[in-house]
Design a protein around this ligand. Structure first.
Ligand code: NAD
Length: 356
């Protein structure tokens, strides 16, 4: 690998490598050939990413000896559903992919979730490589093996765990991201900072992230890789990664998915931080620092929904078990804990966090 490319090994079973740096999409054929050999690669991407990067990826794969089939679906969270999944599965079958072939997810978190899910259930599971093109997919969703589609009842309610065979994260892709999509990724990276990395958080406070996207992505991936290695199937520690997501998913659902995931997570993070401070669970004044950092990065710190509506949406979320729900509570910047609270306490917690 050239010096500009940083690699991080994720020690799941099987282990895989995340490569981060410029120019990786145009060289993906060469990298993937060395990792998995030339085979039939089914590239799945969305209608916005396809005109930007699909030709370069297909050309690179073909010149490295891969045979390539491509499928483009309509971009956006409203398409992260059964219909699109079904189309992808039919495409894989029509393209005659076999058990030894591979799917490439070229795009943001929506593409990664759906192409990953399709790979995980086609022929009872074939390999998938992730080629993330949003900051959110680079810092979070492309690593860890969670895949999903949304159901009418809520977000990410159907999916499988499928660790990718490789992740190639081309930092050049960030240049074509609209500002609000870039901000979505900043939200997940700021979340990682609040969870475990105060220095990372301070890069977003200072606004110095644009100068060093590779460094930010690598810090997030290293942290997530460690958590996933210790708790691949989210039985314990991995639940920490849901910081901001209980309220965040509720905000997405209440907005009928018009508020994007990263923006909703940012608001969810600000709300749970305010609640933690007001209820005495935080070890000091963290809420205003978190809100200021989110605002500086173009992200919301609240939501125009009632505590009642958000609670109802949150309780239909999958993280509820019996009459309790597990929340991720920030105690300091860089330190969070899991807290199981009775379902009946959720509404007052959310209400405490909504009050500015
Ligand atoms: P997305 O995939 O919808 O991408 C956002 C928008 O950016 C889309 O319109 C897309 O077409 C466009 N886009 C992508 N790359 C681009 C580029 N380089 N230049 C210009 N436009 C580009 O959404 P996202 O924010 O990347 O991901 C959100 C999704 O990820 C949610 O569905 C969320 O549930 C999921 N997610 C999954 C995990 C996981 O562990 N599996 C973790 C976090 C989030």
């Amino acid at each position: 690998m050239p010096d500009a490319i940083e690699t991080i090994e994720v020690h799941t079973a099987p282990a895989y490598e995340v490569a981060i740096g410029p120019g990786l999409l145009a060289q993906c054929g060469q990298y993937l050939r060395s990792m998995i050999g030339p085979l039939h690669m089914a590239v799945v991407t969305d209608s916005i990413v396809a005109p930007l990067y699909l030709d370069a990826v297909a050309a690179s794969l073909q010149s490295a000896g891969f045979s390539v089939s491509t499928h483009v679906f309509a971009a956006g969270e409203p398409h992260k559903n059964f219909e699109t999944l079904s189309e992808i599965l039919e495409f894989l079958a029509d393209a005659h992919l076999t058990r030894t072939d591979c799917v490439a997810a070229l795009g943001g978190g929506v593409t990664g979730d759906m192409a990953g899910f399709a790979a995980g259930c086609y022929l009872r599971g074939i390999r998938c490589v992730q080629l993330p093109t949003t900051l959110l997919a680079a810092v979070d969703s492309s690593v860890g093996g969670k895949t999903a589609i949304d159901l009418r009842a809520g977000k990410n309610l159907a999916g499988v765990f499928l660790q990718p065979t490789a992740v190639l994260c081309d930092t050049d892709c960030l240049a074509s991201l609209p500002a609000d999509v870039f901000a979505d990724g900043a939200a997940e990276a700021i979340k990682t900072g609040v969870l475990a990395d105060e220095l990372l958080f301070s890069l977003f406070e200072d606004g110095t992230l644009a100068a060093a996207p590779g460094q930010i992505i690598a810090r997030c991936v290293r942290y997530k890789a460690g958590v996933v290695e210790r708790d691949e199937k989210e039985q314990g520690e991995r639940r920490l990664l849901n910081l901001g997501h209980t309220v965040g998913h509720a905000i997405e659902a209440c907005s009928a998915f018009t508020i994007p995931h990263g923006h909703a997570v940012a608001a969810g993070l600000a709300i749970i931080a305010r609640a933690a401070e007001r209820l005495g669970w935080a070890e000091g004044p963290i809420a205003s620092r978190i809100a200021a950092c989110l605002s500086k990065n173009g992200l919301p710190t609240g939501a125009d929904f009632s505590a009642q509506a958000l609670t109802a949406a949150a309780l239909s979320d999958k993280k509820r078990t019996g009459d309790r729900i597990t929340l991720v509570i920030p105690r300091q910047i860089g330190l969070c804990e899991l807290k199981r609270v009775p379902v009946a306490e959720l509404m007052p917690i959310i209400a405490a966090g909504l009050e500015v």
